[in-house]
Design a protein around this ligand. Structure first.
Ligand code: 8LK
Length: 302
């Protein structure tokens, strides 16, 4: 599969994608390779927006070749109207103000707002998995994170009710931030991390959903710690500052340093009061609910 490592996706025509490698020779290289099944997929003309998420305007690593194949399958099966829709995920640490942003856009109307399904995590047939995880993370992290992953993919794959969907967090932050943090801090055993990772990879490769833009509410973990202690979600009262610092670092690795695949990112400084943040949303509402430009970028706003 190493032939795939240098593939770039480019867009010489408005709605079509042509595949080039270095020197525009990759297609013929692939055609002459033994990997004919993948070549066949690569040659298919696909709708543009279906693949923005995974290709990210950069060359794929060789380990991404199966992801590439899965992405193309998805693109082939997507219908035309779906690509005119815009999916925006709001990401950020615990207490960064995602709810304020969602409320702002819900009140403004015109888009579908999908809040994190936290109430489902607090009541799985009477069990509060969130509370159990915070009380005994070594015992209950796997249970909560398996369920978080399920509820997230259910949300990603729900038919859209409006042309623009604003979604609180995603299956990607579930994996790149929360699951990886629990593993690196020793709360999730390696076997459980491997199983969750295999589920995640399989879901991303086979399920038909996309994200066009991430709005990252970037905050100082110390400020968050104060906020969390003064808000009323009981389960979170025991969260130490170090936990928030680790989650912050993982958000930064993903959304600023691009350690994992991600679409366009709009970075907003969220170290502000709720009233100030509402003014920021007013100012940036066209950046948030508008189709991003073709080039992949990270835009930082103060
Ligand atoms: O966001 C609500 C609470 O749930 C907060 O205490 C952090 C926790 N949480 C988690 O443990 N794992 C998660 C999310 C939230 C969201 C995702 C995607 N994964």
């Amino acid at each position: 599969m190493s032939l795939c490592s240098k593939i770039l996706l480019s867009r010489p025509m408005r709605n079509l994608i042509t595949l080039y490698g270095p020197g525009k020779r990759i297609i013929s290289q692939l055609s002459s390779s033994s990997n004919s099944a993948l070549c066949a997929k690569l040659k298919v003309k696909v709708k543009l927006n279906s693949i923005i998420m995974c290709e990210n305007g950069k060359s794929f690593s060789s380990s991404s070749s199966s992801l590439l194949a899965g992405t193309f399958q998805k693109a082939q099966s997507s219908n035309l109207s779906r690509d005119e829709n815009l999916v925006v995920c709001v990401e950020g640490n615990i207490g960064c103000g995602k709810t304020t942003l969602l409320n702002y856009f819900e009140n403004a109307g015109g888009c579908e707002v999908m809040a994190e399904p936290v109430e489902r995590w607090r009541n799985i047939d009477g069990y509060n998995a969130l509370e159990l995880m915070y009380k005994d993370p070594n015992r209950w992290s796997m249970a909560l994170q398996t369920y978080v992953q399920l509820t997230m993919v259910q949300n990603h794959t729900k038919p859209m009710t409006h042309p623009v969907r604003l979604m609180e967090r995603s299956i990607f932050s579930a994996k790149y931030c929360f699951v990886d943090n629990l593993f690196s801090s020793g709360k999730l055993p390696e076997l459980e991390h491997i199983i969750l990772t295999e589920w995640f990879d399989w879901i991303v490769q086979t399920q038909n959903f996309k994200v066009d833009l991430i709005v990252y509410l970037r905050t100082d973990p110390k400020l968050l710690h104060e906020r969390i202690m003064s808000r009323c979600r009981e389960e979170e009262k025991s969260i130490p500052l170090e936990y928030l610092q680790c989650l912050h670092d993982l958000h930064e690795d993903w959304l600023i340093h691009k350690k994992h695949p991600c679409p366009d990112v709009l970075v907003l400084d969220a170290n502000k009061t709720l009233e100030e943040m509402e003014r920021v949303y007013e100012l940036h509402k066209h950046n948030i609910c508008k189709k991003p430009g073709n080039e992949m970028k990270t835009t930082t706003m103060s």
